[in-house]
Ligand binder design. Structure first.
Ligand SMILES: *Cc1c(COP(=O)(O)O)cnc(C)c1O
Length: 368
């Protein structure tokens, strides 16, 4: 048998941030201002730019050092009792639980809705009666950028009186502004990448002011720490990258649309089911599929075919030693998704030939 033609492996992710030329004008402004952090002019301009993009008032966006710290500050700001439970989906990235623990609450791991991969108000309401303690907050998650129902969560918040902080870390494109504090990550691996960074979006400006205090040592107008807090301010250099990334967003988004609709159509033609709306209603920096087979085994087969994949969220939070002690409900949907969801290569420079290779080899790997 002839040796198979050697193939250059296709990586699962290859971030592209603004280049040096695009950054220079913004960096020169920092040279002039000699302001490097602490809500400086570029951080303010970036907040304005994101607010414009979302069509909300400029006061509705708060730049942050990263999403994990932003979520912690959000839980602190909504007044969730330390030591109480914060309901989170078990099917999420580790940062969701780390953020809750850092705010002094205990993650309570709930199962997700199997079809949408996300925690919905229904799962929370069904679990509440059997909660193993007082529930101080809920943190729903946008799975791999798929939007949550902001309206349904706002209604839940009013109905239950329980504060809601939304982890929309991968959800920049599908984001809808609401009175619920919502955190979007700008990590290099996310759709609008700046290296390390995030924004909180919230139309309740009093609440956002409270978050601002919680990301700035508990200070508000003086050097007195009024409340427990952290430091999660965005630096001016990161805001410079953010301003350049925002200017390039229409191009970046069009590239993600091309890649994600391209993958989607090829995979659907082969009989696979793709996440609702991906590449059409919203884009993100990952393309995850629920396979009709074991994701780890398929990933292994694809590795041999030169396609790198990732089980981005592994087997669910309850399988991480750090969260093994957390109370949880039965997690059948999380378990099922954990074994079946696989991230395929997804980045802006994948061309048609690469998309053909990813789709055809995925279908081949599934045929065994
Ligand atoms: C990326 C991600 C985070 C962490 O964001 P950072 O900005 O890296 O802290 C949190 N939650 C989810 C669901 C994520 O995908």
């Amino acid at each position: 048998m002839p040796n198979p033609r050697p193939v250059a492996p296709i990586p699962v992710l290859r971030p592209r941030l603004p280049g040096a030329e695009a950054l220079l004008p913004w960096l020169r402004l920092i040279d002039q201002s000699r302001i490097y952090s602490n809500f400086g002019p570029l951080s303010e301009a970036f907040a304005h730019g994101v607010a414009d993009h979302l069509g909300i008032a400029p006061g509705g966006v708060l730049p942050l050092a990263n999403a994990t710290l932003g979520l912690t500050a959000g839980v602190m700001a909504v007044g969730a009792e330390r030591g109480s439970l914060c309901a989170i989906p078990a099917f999420t990235f580790a940062a969701t639980a780390h953020a809750v623990l850092a705010a002094g609450l205990e993650p309570w791991l709930l199962d997700v809705e199997e079809g949408s991969w996300q925690l919905t108000p229904r799962e929370v309401e069904q679990a509440l009666a059997a909660a193993p303690g007082p529930v101080g907050a809920v943190m729903p998650v946008c799975p791999f950028g798929q939007p949550v129902d902001w309206q349904a969560w706002t209604a839940f918040r009013h109905r239950s009186g329980i504060p809601v902080v939304i982890d929309a870390a991968a959800g920049f494109d599908g984001l809808r502004a609401s009175p619920l504090p919502t955190v979007v990550s700008l990590h290099a691996t996310k759709a609008l990448g700046i290296g390390e960074g995030a924004v909180m979006v919230c139309t309740d400006h009093d609440l956002l002011d409270e978050v601002k205090r919680r990301i700035n040592f508990g200070f508000q107008g003086s050097r007195v720490a009024g409340v427990i807090a952290t430091n999660a301010k965005m630096s001016e250099v990161h805001a410079a990258i953010g301003l350049a990334a925002l200017a390039a967003w229409p191009v970046t988004r069009a590239d993600f649309v091309r890649v994600q609709t391209g993958l989607r159509h090829r995979l659907e033609a082969g009989g696979l089911v793709c996440p609702a709306g991906i590449g059409e209603d919203w884009v993100s920096s990952t393309f995850c599929l629920r396979l009709p087979a074991d994701a780890a085994a398929t990933g292994g087969a694809l590795a041999c075919l030169g396609i790198e994949t990732r089980r981005w969220w592994g087997d669910g939070l309850h399988r991480h030693p750090a969260f093994g002690h957390c109370p949880r409900t039965q997690l059948p949907a999380t378990e099922a998704l954990g074994t079946a969801v696989l991230g395929l290569p997804c980045f802006v420079d994948l061309d048609e030939a690469a998309l053909d290779a990813i789709a055809s080899r995925t279908l081949a790997a599934l045929r065994g």
